[in-house]
Design a protein around this ligand. Sequence first.
Ligand code: NAP
Ligand code: G4F
Length: 335
Amino acid sequence: MVVKRALITGITGQDGSYLADYLVGLGYQVYGLVRRTSIDSEQRMYRIAHLMANSHYLHILPGSLESYTSVCNAVIESKPDEVYHLGAQSFVKVSWEDIGSTMNINVNGTVNVLEAVRHFKKDAKVYLACSSEMFGNVLETPQRETTPFNPRSPYGISKCTEFYLGKNYRESYGMFVSNGILFNHESERRGLEFVTRKITHGLARVKAGLQDCVTLGNLDAQRDWGHARDYVVAMWKMLQHDVPDDFVIATGETHTVREFASLACQFLKLPFEEVIRVSEEFMRPADVNLLLGDSMKARTQLGWSPTISFTKLVRDMTYYDLRQVGVDEVDYDTQ
Ligand code: NAP
Ligand code: G4F
C-alpha cells in the first residue's frame, strides 16, 4: 500500500492538531511546518505533544510562512501528496492592531506556499484555509459559495486575497488548489483569545473561585459554530474530490454569543447576569454581526456533514475547562 504524505502549516494550532490526528489515523506520514520560536515552547506544542511521542508518523520541519526559503525546504523535504495550508494570524481583533503582520503572514505566506508547491511539487493537492469572515457585512443569508464577499476586517480582506490566489493558481497553472470557506469551529483546543473558549475557560475559573466574572464585548453577534474535529474531515474530503473547487463548511445553525454564554452558565449553574459583564474594550471597530452557512454543496458533492451539535460543543468545552481547574463535573451534569 502506498503511504501518503501530507504537509501541514499551522500544525500547532487548533485545526492543524486535529487534522494531524486524523491523517495519522489514516496512515499518512505527516510533516508539520513549525516556527523555530514555537518548537521549544511547551505551550505552543501542547496540542501535538501526544503525536510527537510517536515520531514515526509525525515530522516537524522548522520554518516560518514569511520565509520563502523555509517553506521551499519544507516542500522539498516532505515531498507532499497533499498540502494543508492552515498557518495564519487567525485572530480577527488583532488584525486591526497589527495589520502588517496579518497581511505578511496571511497573504505573503500563502504566496510562499503556492510558489513553493508550484516550483518543487506541482502535482501536490493544496487546501487553503479561507473563512466565513470573507462574507463580512453579509449580502445574503444563508451564505453559500456564490454569496459575494464583503469583508469588514483586515483579516477578512487577507482571507479574500488568499481565496483569489487559490483560484488564480488553479486557473493559471492547472494546480489542484481547493478553498475551504469554513465557518467558526471551536473545541477544547481552541485558543483562549476566541470568544467561546474565553467563556468556557473563564466560567470554569469563576466556578472554581479563581475569578469573579468574564468580561466580553458584543453579546449580540451571531455565529454558525461547529466542532473543529468535524471540520478537518471536510478539509481532507476536499482533497480527495475529483476536481479542485470552493466549498462552504458550516452547520446551518446560528447562535448569539449571549446564547453560548448562557448555555455554559446553565451547565455550571452560574447566574448569567452576575458572572457575564460587558466592556467596550472587547468591541471591534467593525464587527461581523451575523454568520449562517449553507453547506449543501459539500454535503452533496463530498458527502460531508457535521456530527457534533451546538449543545454538545458547549457542554464538552465547558466540562473540559472545569476539569482543567480541578472541579469534578459529575455533580453539574443535568443532561
Ligand atoms: P490557530 O489555532 O490560531 O492556529 C494558527 C497556526 O498558524 C498556529 O499553528 C501558528 O503557529 C501558525 N502560524 C501563525 N503564524 C505563523 C507563521 N508566521 N509561520 C508559521 N506558522 C504560523 O488557528 P485555527 O483556528 O487552527 O485556524 C486554522 C486556519 O483556518 C487559519 O488559517 C484560520 O485563519 C482559518 N480559519 C479558522 C476558522 C476557525 O473558526 N477556527 C474558520 C475559518 C478559517 P504558532 O503555534 O507558532 O503560533
Ligand atoms: O471568537 P471570535 O474572536 O471569532 P471570529 O472573529 O468570528 O473569528 C473566528 O472565526 C472566523 C470564521 O468566521 C475565522 F476565520 C477566524 O480565524 C476566527 O477563528 O469572535 C466571535 C464573535 C465576534 O463577533 C466578537 O465581536 O464574538 C464577539 N465577541 C464578543 N465578546 C468576542 C468577545 N470575541 C472575542 N474574541 N472576545 C470577546 O471578549
